[in-house]
Design a protein around this ligand. Structure first.
Ligand SMILES: *Cc1c(COP(=O)(O)O)cnc(C)c1O
Length: 432
């Protein structure tokens, strides 16, 4: 499988090249030259397959010749070392828990898969050390830090906005050390992302350092997110109702992977994009005009994104047919006040403690199902509530038990490098 740039100004490359480069040389996102479909029999007999087998079949066509069958099998198995349970909330609504990985974020799957691919390509293809440069508004940093920790031949540099990620999130990215460096930026997430973008086009830097990105722009982080939807379908395929998935969205990588799974033939009837007040995409779906804007801070901070980078991929999946997209993708936005009320409502209904991102998903699902009652709906729980402890405990007036993955990092000392502007970042990268 080859990947072309969505700016249409670079040569198509194989999967391994796309993973190593992150972005195409023309700064466009990579997109697969075709979206393969899986045979109907695969979906019909899915319950006879293990999650590892399903994931292998789903990702194999996208990897092409870049990995041997054996290497890909090993990577898939090593990546997927935790469960993806479905917990029922009401008769027609359940949540798909994606937070059972080592950093309690759904991003663990993509980060672990990408780290293992990159390490494989690195040792077989190149002499140069790769530096993964990534900006985080919350969970990306922790998942990437953990996924790449002690991976040979790879350095990781994470930028995060000072004071704007939760304490646990900060600990997860600043306590590992070794090949993981955390840069604490005087500014917002958008500032971090802008600095990362500048580094990627800075000739002085790219001459000296092989940079790649571990944001969901990287195909190896983006595509494995299809797995959740396959696994959920396997668990629910005997239900009579049509399936709707509500996805709390920020950079729109996760939902875009879901839409790819649907294109491959996975029988999911409806996708619902759910955002906080950073509502560029829901507004677009309503009005047909895409107007990126600066991000605003909310209690679901991993979704504080004003210009979602994967939106162009979603447009490509629908070949820029706005009316088709509008029909097949619903979008809703919610305030922090509504999100807190939803946390309380979910808790009252089923004693389930959601996190603010999951609660936004729940709200989108509920809004959709009020008009479309014949569905069985899932909202994705993208992070464990412990990561948003303050909000959750204050809103629900209860305590959240600390999982052992978190217990371990809370007592480690934080190590970060404060930086103010792009000049500082450049100096840091060139000094390594
Ligand atoms: C990253 C993240 C999101 C948003 O996912 P995208 O793929 O960027 O849309 C939602 N919730 C949590 C907890 C996250 O960490």
């Amino acid at each position: 499988m080859n990947y072309f740039s969505l700016h249409y100004n670079s040569k198509p490359v194989s999967f391994d090249k796309a993973v190593i480069q992150g972005l195409a040389p023309d700064r466009g996102l990579y997109f697969p030259e075709s979206i393969p479909t899986l045979p109907a029999s695969f979906f019909e007999q899915m319950e006879q397959l293990s999650n590892h087998q399903i994931a292998f079949e789903a990702i194999r066509p996208f990897v092409g010749d870049s990995l041997s069958e054996k290497a890909l099998q090993d990577i898939v198995e090593d990546t997927l070392q935790f469960p993806f349970p479905i917990v029922s909330i009401t008769d027609s609504i359940a949540t798909l828990e994606l937070f059972h990985g080592p950093t309690l974020a759904f991003k663990d799957v993509g980060a672990r898969f990408m780290a293992r691919c990159l390490s494989h390509f690195q040792t077989t293809n190149s002499e140069k050390k790769v530096t993964v440069l990534v900006a985080t508004s919350g969970d990306t940093g922790g998942a990437v830090a953990d996924g790449f920790y002690e991976v040979p031949g790879i350095d990781v540099v994470i930028l995060y906005p000072k004071g704007k990620v939760s304490e646990i999130q900060e600990k997860q990215l600043t306590t590992l050390g070794k090949n993981i460096a955390a840069l604490e930026v005087e500014g917002t997430f958008d500032d971090c992302q802008d600095m990362v973008k500048s580094a990627f086009i800075d000739h002085q830097i790219i001459n000296e350092v092989q940079l790649t990105s571990a944001n969901s722009i990287n195909v190896a982080r983006w595509l494995p997110q299809m797995f959740y939807y396959f696994f959920a379908y396997k668990a629910l395929k005997n239900r009579k109702e049509k399936l709707a998935f509500a996805v709390p969205s920020g950079n729109f990588g996760n939902i875009c992977a879901g839409l790819m799974a649907q294109k491959m033939g996975l029988p999911i009837a409806q996708f619902i994009a759910c955002t906080n007040i950073n509502d560029t995409v829901p507004v677009y779906l309503k009005e047909g005009v895409y107007t990126p804007k600066p991000s605003e801070q909310t209690i679901s901070n991993a979704m504080d994104v004003g210009d979602p980078s994967n939106f162009v991929r979603i447009q490509k999946i629908f070949n820029k047919d706005f009316h088709k997209l509008q029909k097949e993708l619903k979008g809703y936005q919610f305030t922090d006040t509504a999100t807190k009320k939803a946390l309380q409502e979910i808790y009252k209904k089923s004693k389930y403690i959601a996190d603010p991102h999951g609660a936004v998903g729940y709200l989108g699902l509920k809004t959709f199902m009020e008009e479309n009652p014949n569905y069985y709906g899932l909202f994705l729980e993208t992070a464990h509530p412990i990561k948003f402890l303050d909000t959750v405990e204050k809103t629900l007036k209860t305590t959240v038990p600390v999982p052992q993955q978190i217990e371990a990092v809370l007592h480690k000392p934080k190590e970060s490098h404060p930086i103010k502007d792009y000049k500082d970042l450049k100096a840091f990268l060139l000094s390594r």
